[in-house]
Design a protein around this ligand. Structure first.
Ligand code: ADP
Ligand code: MG
Length: 609
């Protein structure tokens, strides 16, 4: 077969362009990426060998070899793993299969260190080769197939594929190093890099120099060793190599569990949230091993979604090696392991939560994910609620629900909250006035997920979650610390409410008096059981429109001097003020004015007087 030239998929071409032209710090990670691919290929062959023992028999001991050639200026990374056929080459080295690449571009920050970390996280690992090489060749043959292949590219736009009868089973990636990258031909430097990044790769990695072979990595499964033999640096290095991250783990859980089911787990909570946290099709960072044989790092639900930031390894003897994907979905073994692990993770979090400063680091990275666990009933819901932290009107720090409950007024039954997009605007929201005046604390919730769990979470320690807009009944019972002015007489109030309603028409469903305001004259809310204004805005931002638009209630503060004046006014002035008050209530809620020029006209008219 003659040589074929094929264009890279557009996304790949873009990734390559970024890799080649704009990112040049930490170039050395290309080696980690290629070694990780070689080790994956060995793991895949070992697994395939369960059904095709002749393949593994032929391959012999699975291994990786790193060969620098100073004369030729090449660095070759060879594995005797599963290999690739023609279609694999096109699909895996010419295409980015996952939708992740779009996310990848969005996440680029311009900060080189962060952008490099992204390369690993988004699985564009192979392309890192082009950071150090101006030409890359891949010689490969797939296990069980006759035909070998040579793939070549200089990273610019296209690649070629031709048959190569001499290629053995497995893969060699031959990097023709750029002129100024000769440091990667230096055995000393290579030895150091392999140790640093790939020490725990479970296959031996050999460095070949002048025909001499030297095994570099420790190569054993770190998680199987007793805890007492492992130091923090080893844990950190292992974490970085399994998660492709650059940070230090915030928490390390190393468990050897013996009981109904035996398993070992080495799990980490990262310090920094990876950019893929909200990418639904991102495979998990939790790998399942059976007796130290890699099975999969892509098992759905291996962790609950509200713990999806966990990374690490689970190893058990209680599953058969040839466990199928279908079986993994059903087996009670995995369910039991998961249940046990989740309990351990929650209790580790609970312990760390005692040190509030340290715990903040975790909460800022992953609180928003953990809170997703409040939404649905589960055996862990109570425990999750205890671990949650919120801003509130009580000072600037985060508070737990337990502490909130301790501070509740004696007559107070409910836990109050206010949702919105920005903490600062929540702090100054008129909705809080009446509660502040009564010394009632309010949780200030700014994550979209808060709109959801607050509606489904039944109660904490016997206290229901109530949005401040619906604080009505209880407020009547609790006296404000200082009362402000006299209320409008019943007669005047009734007239005024009817008048306002007639002026505003369909803009509001209802006009009502409220004791919830002190400094403001009016405020807008939605009725009980209706979507809050903030949630409406979130839905609109996601393109979901009018069907959800709820009906608004304008609340009037009967003690406010402006309302007293308004009750005595008639005619155009009164109409203008009513419209302006309504618009200003919209603004206070973070809404846009539907008709700004109307607003301006009325304002000018009033100012002229
Ligand atoms: P990832 O490893 O995250 O999938 P990479 O860019 O590193 O992303 O590799 C892309 C794909 O190319 C791999 O998933 C694998 O299918 C294939 N591949 C890369 N290197 C090898 C190799 N040495 N042997 C077999 N397949 C490989
Ligand atoms: Mg890879």
């Amino acid at each position: 077969m003659t040589q074929e030239t094929i264009e890279f998929q557009a996304e790949v071409a873009k990734v390559l362009d970024i890799v080649i032209h704009s990112l040049y710090s930490d170039k050395e990670i290309f080696l980690r990426e290629l070694i990780s691919n070689g080790a994956d290929a060995c793991e895949k062959l070992r697994y395939a060998g369960l059904t095709h023992p002749e393949w593994t028999a032929k391959a012999g001991a699975l291994r990786l070899t790193i060969t620098p050639d100073k004369k030729a200026g090449t660095l070759t990374i060879t594995d005797n793993g599963i290999g690739m056929n023609h279609d694999d080459l096109v699909n895996h080295l010419g295409t980015i299969a996952r939708s992740g690449s779009a996310e990848f571009f969005k996440s680029l920050s311009g900060d080189k260190q962060k952008d490099m970390a992204l390369i690993g996280q988004f699985g564009v690992g192979f392309y890192a080769s082009f950071m150090v090489a101006d030409k890359v060749q891949v010689r490969t043959r797939k296990a069980g197939e006759e035909q070998g292949w040579l793939w070549q590219s200089n990273g610019a736009g296209s690649y070629t594929i031709e048959s190569d009868d001499s290629a053995p089973v497995g893969t060699s990636v031959i990097l023709h190093l750029k002129k100024d990258e000769s440091e990667f031909l230096d055995a000393f430097r290579l030895r150091h890099l392999i140790k640093q990044y790939s020490d725990f790769v479970p296959f031996p990695i050999y460095l070949t120099e002048d025909k001499k072979e030297e095994k570099i990595n420790a190569g054993s499964a770190l998680w199987m060793r007793p805890k007492s033999e492992i130091d923090q640096t080893q844990y950190k290095d292992f974490y970085q190599s399994v998660s492709h991250a650059f940070d230090t783990p915030w928490e390390t859980l190393h468990l050897h569990v013996e009981g109904v089911i035996d398993y070992t787990a080495l799990m980490f909570i990262p310090t920094e949230a990876p950019h893929t946290l909200f990418q639904p099709d991102k495979p998990t960072n939790v790998s399942l091993y059976v007796n130290q044989v890699f099975i999969s790092n892509d098992i759905p639900d291996i962790m609950p979604y509200w713990l999806r930031f966990m990374t690490g390894v689970i190893d058990t003897k209680d599953l058969p090696l040839n466990v199928s994907r279908e079986m993994l979905q059903q087996t009670p073994v995995l369910t039991k392991i998961k249940q046990g692990l989740v309990k351990k993770i929650l209790s580790a979090l609970n312990k760390r939560a005692e040190k509030s400063e340290e715990y903040q680091t975790f909460w800022k990275s992953f609180g928003v994910v953990l809170k997703e666990g409040l939404y649905e009933p589960s055996e862990n819901r109570e425990e999750i609620a205890k671990l949650c932290r919120f801003y509130s009107t009580n000072g600037d720090d985060l508070t737990s629900l337990a502490d909130y409950v301790l501070r509740m007024k004696p007559e107070q039954k409910n836990i109050y909250y206010l949702t919105g997009s920005h903490l600062e605007s929540l702090r100054s929201s008129p909705q809080l006035e009446g509660l502040k005046a009564r010394g009632i604390e309010v949780l200030l919730l700014t994550d979209p997920v808060d709109e959801f769990w607050t509606n489904t979470y039944p109660e904490f320690d016997g206290h229901k979650f109530i949005p401040v807009q619906q604080a009505g009944d209880e407020l009547e019972k609790i006296k404000p610390v200082e009362a402000k002015g006299d209320a409008l007489s019943k007669d005047k109030a009734d007239k005024l409410l009817a008048h306002i309603k007639s002026v505003l028409g369909d803009k509001v469903k209802e006009v009502k008096l409220t004791e919830r305001l002190t400094d403001s004259a009016v405020s807008l809310i939605t009725g009980a059981g209706q979507m809050s204004l903030h949630l409406e805005r979130l839905m609109r931002a996601h393109g979901q429109k009018t069907a959800f638009e709820s009906t608004r209630i304008l609340q009037i503060n009967p003690r406010h001097p402006l309302i007293h004046k308004l009750a005595d006014l008639t005619g155009e002035d009164s109409d203008n003020i009513i419209h302006l008050l309504y618009d200003q209530a919209l603004l206070a809620e973070g809404e846009n004015l539907p008709n700004p020029s109307d607003f301006n006209r009325r304002l000018i008219q009033l100012m002229m007087k």
